[in-house]
Design a binder for this molecule. Structure first.
Ligand code: CA
Length: 657
């Protein structure tokens, strides 16, 4: 009765115009860490949070889909808005759902948001001991060493794309364990998959969503393709990447095998997480159990939509904040994940992101967290509170993607014909300088002339992700074809190499998209989120076809790893020891790094980017110089005699020992 009184008082408040925010803020917060199933061989304890439900039930099934429940339990009201059910016996291998009654109506029977094991298509929770999911050697699993955040060279990869093409030579095509196969080869015998990643030398592999997403039918995983930005179960791996999606244990064990194998071969694993919205809105598991609470509403009381996917979650509300924190903590502890890329992070509030990063750094001090500092639509939460790019200085140990350098290099992603510095657009020098200094404060950047940001938003270089291509929008090679249609194949290849030269020598954290190192194409498709494998699959034979590009990019990665001057840890060092040449004129960006002062084995390093279609002559000045790169080619450290003629669209790097 007391509950009903409370409900009426809240409803009265709502209809009197105080709004839902106040209503939801007064929902009781549950502080325990046992939401969902606590399993033992002799009993199961289930707890869900549904503070204003009138009733709650637990339903048990024999299978992950089909059939009626073999048992239904009325759950008991417990503390802080939770409902509890404890059942004695060994229920391993059975499945479960919950439903709640709200204003006299039963919700759908759903897996709860905290579910960790599910059956096929993530519709029902599976009861089992999580320790059964550990592959051999898991207790000794250790992440490879990683010191400074600016040491990270991230490689963004989709699990299915990596192996689904015949040219991958990988047996378990489209599966987590496909990425555990070693010494796989393309048609010509060049390495693919995991061996390729090792050969390339990246430090972190960022996997596009590997949590359980909604769009692909796991009973027929080859019928449909999706990137996976449509979350269903946040704490469960995606079933279509498992060799058996019916058994909840297999997908977990196989994903852990991937993590373990990557770790053993020197690669850290970053997960792409999408807490900003759920695939389903009204019918999502969150919304079925607690209507409205987990989502922001607009003035009309409808779901607001800053994600452009039908809803946006409300990280500022206690129980969604708690969910995000516990979910990410779970992936780190249970799956040994080394970092997160936070999708549309600009939807989340700063306080939540800072709480999460603080807690995750406690568990894993060298964790890497970065996100998209923007939204895909307007949000009711004020900009000043949100984790957007302009607020990155208020974020604790979190980086944001630099769209300034991305579009400075290749042109706007929204204007397909637009070119950037690397494809010959004049006037982009300051945007490139801004990228070179990782969006930090530098006396030689004219911020008024930077394409987007008119001030240095990063306080320190590790707050910036330098990139020119990711899964979104055209891949670089396609963008160049569309925006520079008159360029010859050779010119366009040079533009591509110049673009990646800028990314991999800039300060901040480096990020490249899978396959860009051998001119991956998506055949001009801009948004391939549900395109067929014929568009999305990585064609590993391109590696052989463009082996010079691959070797060049591999060399850039080696250069970056060997020379700390390219990955300075402090903004004040960048301002002091990186000096731009002011005499270069239009279309050329040149700078010197003081290697001596930055602890580098090279005393001076001169970097030159020629973004024009003309040759340019450069002379680094007095002293004994050697050439590392000349015109997008590795030069075996040959001595420099006088000056260098730079070809169109090229990078040259010389150094003094
Ligand atoms: Ca799924």
């Amino acid at each position: 009765m007391k509950r009903m009184m409370m409900l009426f008082s809240f409803l009265a408040q709502f209809f009197s115009g105080k709004g839902q925010e106040g209503l939801y803020d007064r929902y009781p917060e549950y502080k325990g860490d046992d939401l969902g199933l606590v399993y033992s061989d002799t009993s199961c304890r289930f707890r869900i949070w549904a503070p204003y439900a009138e009733r709650a039930q637990l339903l048990l099934y024999e299978a992950g889909m089909g059939g009626d429940p073999f048992a239904t339990y009325e759950m008991k009201q417990s503390v802080s808005g939770t409902w509890l059910s404890v059942i004695a016996g060994n229920f391993s291998g059975k499945f479960y759902t919950f439903r709640t009654m709200n204003t006299g109506k039963w919700s759908a029977a759903v897996a709860d948001p905290y579910v960790k094991l599910t059956g096929i298509n993530g519709k029902r929770g599976m009861i089992a001991d999580l320790s059964l999911t550990n592959p051999p050697g898991w207790s000794e699993d250790k992440s490879p060493p990683f010191q400074h955040k600016t040491d990270a060279i991230i490689y963004e990869l989709h699990v299915r794309d990596a192996s689904i093409s015949a040219s991958s030579g990988i047996r378990a095509k489209g599966k987590f364990i496909g990425l555990t196969e070693l010494n796989t080869r393309n048609t010509a015998g060049h390495s693919t998959g995991l061996s390729h990643l090792k050969e390339l030398g990246v430090t972190h592999v960022h996997l596009l969503p590997v949590f359980d997403y909604n769009s692909v039918d796991e009973t027929k995983p080859d019928l449909k393709y999706n990137w996976g930005y449509d979350p269903l179960n946040y704490n469960v791996p995606e079933g279509s990447y498992a060799t058996n999606a019916y058994d909840g244990i297999t997908r977990i064990r196989e994903f852990k095998e991937l993590v373990n194998k990557f770790h053993r071969h020197g690669l850290r694993v970053v997960m792409d997480v999408v807490y900003n919205h759920t695939a389903l809105t009204d019918s999502s598991y969150f919304n079925q159990l607690v209507p409205g609470y987990y989502y922001r509403q607009n003035k009309e009381g409808k779901f607001s939509n800053a994600s452009a996917c039908g809803n946006e979650t409300a990280s500022e509300r206690a129980m969604f904040r708690k969910f995000m924190l516990e979910s990410m903590r779970f992936w780190v502890k249970e799956y040994h994940i080394d970092g997160f890329r936070v999708d549309l992070m600009g939807i989340h509030d700063i306080e939540t992101m800072n709480l999460i990063t603080k807690e995750l750094h406690k568990i894993k001090p060298d964790i890497l967290i970065y996100g998209e500092g923007w939204t895909a639509g307007a949000s009711p939460l004020p900009d000043s509170l949100r984790a957007i790019k302009a607020n990155v200085s208020k974020l604790d140990r979190i980086a944001v993607f630099s769209d300034d350098i991305r579009d400075g290099i290749k042109g706007s992603v929204f204007d397909h014909k637009d070119r950037g510095f690397a494809s010959g657009k004049p006037g982009m020098e300051q945007s490139i300088r801004f990228g070179v200094v990782a969006a930090c404060k530098h006396p030689q950047v004219d911020y008024a002339k930077v394409n987007y940001s008119k001030k240095p938003y990063a306080k320190e270089p590790w707050q910036t992700i330098s990139y020119c291509e990711c899964h979104d929008n055209h891949v670089l090679w396609d963008k160049l074809r569309i925006s520079a249609p008159d360029a010859t194949l050779e010119e366009r290849t040079n533009m591509h190499k110049l673009a990646l030269s800028i990314v991999l020598t800039s300060q901040g954290i480096s990020f490249i998209h899978a396959g860009t190192e051998f001119l991956r194409t998506k055949k001009g498709v801009e948004n391939s989120f549900e395109s067929a494998d014929s568009i999305n699959a990585i064609d590993w034979d391109l590696k052989t076809q463009h082996y010079d590009v691959f070797e060049y990019v591999k060399g850039l990665i080696q250069l970056r790893k060997a020379h700390p001057a390219f990955r300075l840890t402090l903004a004040k060092s960048i301002a002091r020891y990186l000096h731009f040449d002011e005499t270069t004129g239009e279309g050329l960006v040149a700078y010197t790094l003081d290697g001596k002062k930055t602890g580098d084995s090279w005393k001076r390093i001169n970097v030159y980017f020629n973004g024009t279609g003309q040759s340019r002559i450069i002379s680094p000045g007095k002293g004994i110089w050697k050439v590392a790169i000349q015109n997008n080619q590795w030069m075996q450290d040959i001595p420099l005699n006088g000056s260098i003629t730079m070809k169109p669209y090229s990078c040259t790097i010389v150094y003094m020992k």
